[in-house]
Design a protein around this ligand. Sequence first.
Ligand SMILES: NC(=O)c1ccc[n+]([C@@H]2O[C@H](COP(=O)([O-])OP(=O)(O)OC[C@H]3O[C@@H](n4cnc5c(N)ncnc54)[C@H](OP(=O)(O)O)[C@@H]3O)[C@@H](O)[C@H]2O)c1
Length: 333
Amino acid sequence: MRLLVLGGTQFLGRHVVDAARARGHEVATFTRGVSGEPPEGVRALHGDRDDPEALPRALAGWSPELVVDTSCQTRAAARNAAAALAGVSGYAFVSSLNAYRSWPPGPVGREDDEPTWDTGEDDYGPNKAHAERVLGAAVGEGFLTARAGLIAGPYDNVHRLGWWLERISRGGRVVVPDALDQPLALVDARDLSQWLVGVAEQGWSGAVNATGPAGMTTLGGLLDLCREVTGGDAEWVPVPEDRLLEAGVEPWVHLPLWLPRDVARTAWDVDTTRARELGLPLRPLRETVADTWAWLQTHERPPMAPLAHRREPGLPADLEARLLTRHDRAPRT
Ligand SMILES: NC(=O)c1ccc[n+]([C@@H]2O[C@H](COP(=O)([O-])OP(=O)(O)OC[C@H]3O[C@@H](n4cnc5c(N)ncnc54)[C@H](OP(=O)(O)O)[C@@H]3O)[C@@H](O)[C@H]2O)c1
């Protein structure tokens, strides 16, 4: 079928393109052309999705039957896609758990029981929730919104797992939160992509918490895997939460994937029953970590899209050095 990827030249969208081609679809991408071009054989359509004229202009002469939308970040983008693409038979939309009012910290129960944002503010979660409503109303049957949690895998330009892999590969004493047992869940971008293409093909409707199952791993479990696959001699230096916060370490940003105790307790307690029923795959976490490391070693990391809610992850070297010194000087009883 004719499948349009809104996005498609970076991380998740790139995997969607691969998955759609592997399924034999005729694929087009729609991007501004800023982040590179899709592979040969894919129709590269260009325009800014915030511009109401751009999609109709790009689609003149090529009318998609299916859409996978990975790039919607603004209300205008949702409105313009709704106007141009309401007639497709399957529209798989990539949303976020941030569409829920209560996440973070969660927990998140069944999709229909959880209220999403309905405020007008120009922020990530409210914009995703608004987009779900606008596109859902326009497309009707055949519109599915996939509320993703943490996405990881090769070509990840957000670089949260990537930062840990690079830091741990350098070895030595590595500052880690002392809450290594905090739960963590994620979805591999390739599993999500393959599933999104199937969702569009089937014309499934509704909302799905599209992440890994609660209890799939812990922060420590993931970091141990990073050490195993990079083969380094990294030694964990666990620092208590209050000392990290006092030193100015920002959860999720400076120590990627780490959340304060109160949030971590429930953040990954997300009901993914529907995702499992609808066959969202779950490959072994080791594969995600190993393949991300293999990719990082052979490719230049692509730039992160400059979105307000995304910050360059990682612990600045001077902050790490200060934390290690303070750790060494801390009194031990
Ligand atoms: N990373 C996570 O852990 C996570 C978690 C939950 C949900 N999500 C969601 O998952 C999706 C990830 O998508 P992604 O990895 O494919 O990357 P993305 O950064 O959301 O989208 C980038 C793609 O969209 C294109 N694009 C950006 N702005 C555009 C515009 N104004 N008009 C037309 N095209 C535009 C880019 O190409 P050009 O630059 O060339 O235009 C690129 O191909 C996002 O929707 C994100 O909100 C991510």
